[in-house]
Design a protein around this ligand. Structure first.
Ligand SMILES: NC(=O)c1ccc[n+]([C@@H]2O[C@H](COP(=O)([O-])OP(=O)(O)OC[C@H]3O[C@@H](n4cnc5c(N)ncnc54)[C@H](OP(=O)(O)O)[C@@H]3O)[C@@H](O)[C@H]2O)c1
Length: 325
């Protein structure tokens, strides 16, 4: 089969489509013939050699995919050859075939094309397992999403609106904020021209928001503590603004705040299976009702993975970037 290989750590040009060995299918795995995979922030970091994939996972990039099952391991009962599925994977999506533990497979939601289904597993599992399963974000609450136009953000806006939550987003341009509003965001804040803390206070009558989903980390830590209301929850999923912060942590005590963080990729197999099953139960109905739609900015063939990475690094995209196998 063919897969995108990182020929040496470096820029997007180091990604090359090459002939490689097919993955081995273990007893609990299914083998998927990949239709599409999607880019994630971690892919560019691994390509540059700034992150290493966890031990024991595929050496190829790609944390999610959609496609058709080509073989099943002997312990697998739910899935059969020919089923069209999508999957959360720990690596290996940038290839024509990938072996995936059967607990990380999801059916294609009705109304979504096979290729566009590749845009959902990573964002749905990340957002559902963090702010919904852990931070218990609920109907009637307020929710601030940093990077509202990102793959994660465009999904989180729609899911939160479906569940009756008031959504605030930050983004770096008016065009991105317009896209967030079209997806349902109630309040858009251009972080380049406005102080998001002041705007959140103004829009909430001084109370602050209930939950924040943060991809910025260090640079926003103090401001996030200030933007939360009583019993507020901050969930950190990325460090685009660095890992160091100096902050007045008295807000944590005074407002009874909870600060949490988690990475999906490094979760144990059983936990990933639990998350995938909760996503099928809670998120898939919203997609099947047309309330949460795939937001795909562009499609590239697998052979142009480098071009796709270049686009992601310009950060001009809104939503997900897909690679078609
Ligand atoms: N922990 C986990 O399990 C997990 C899983 C998936 C993703 N993530 C993380 O989540 C983040 C988003 O992932 P993604 O795949 O959705 O990436 P993406 O589509 O490339 O989006 C990154 C976004 O960050 C925004 N951004 C950059 N600096 C910003 C700032 N100062 N304030 C607000 N927004 C800012 C960019 O838009 P602007 O032009 O508006 O700046 C862009 O929309 C990444 O950091 C990724 O590593 C974590």
């Amino acid at each position: 089969m063919k897969a995108v290989v990182i020929t040496t750590p470096g820029g997007p040009e180091v990604l090359k489509l090459q002939e490689v060995e097919e993955p081995k299918v273990k007893d609990d795995d299914v083998l998927i013939r990949v239709e599409a995979t999607a880019l994630n922030g971690a892919d560019t970091l691994i390509r540059q050699g700034k992150e290493t994939p966890p031990k024991g996972v595929s050496e190829y990039l790609g944390l999610e995919c959609s496609g058709t099952i080509e073989a099943v391991g002997k312990n697998v009962s739910r899935w059969k050859v020919g089923d069209q599925v999508c999957a959360l994977i720990s690596g290996g999506g940038y290839a024509e075939k990938v072996a995936v533990p059967s607990g990380q497979i999801l059916p294609i939601p009705s109304g979504v094309s096979l290729k566009d289904a590749a845009s959902f597993p990573e964002v749905a599992c990340t957002v559902w397992s963090t702010v919904f399963m852990t931070s218990k974000l609920s109907s009637g609450e307020t929710f601030l999403i940093h990077g509202g136009s990102s793959g994660i953000g465009t999904f989180a806006i729609q899911m939160a609106k479906y569940l009756g939550i008031k959504v605030f987003v930050t983004a770096g341009s008016e065009e991105k904020l317009k896209a967030c509003k079209e997806l349902g965001a109630d309040v858009g804040i251009n972080y380049k021209t406005e102080d998001f803390v002041a705007r959140v206070k103004e829009e909430t009558g001084g109370k602050g928001v209930d939950v924040i989903l943060d991809n910025i980390g260090g640079a926003y830590f103090q401001k996030n503590l200030e933007s939360l209301g009583m019993d507020g929850r901050l969930f950190i999923i990325g460090f685009m603004g660095g890992v160091k912060a100096e902050a007045n942590i008295s807000f944590i005590l005074a407002k009874r705040l909870t600060v949490q963080g988690a990475g999906l990729r490094t979760r144990r197999l059983e936990k990933k299976g639990e998350i995938v099953s909760e996503v099928e139960k809670n998120v898939w109905p919203a997609i099947e009702q047309g309330k949460v739609k795939p937001v795909v900015y562009n499609y590239f063939p697998l052979s142009e993975a480098g071009e796709a990475h270049k686009l992601m690094e310009t950060s001009t995209h809104i939503g997900k970037i897909l690679l078609l196998a």
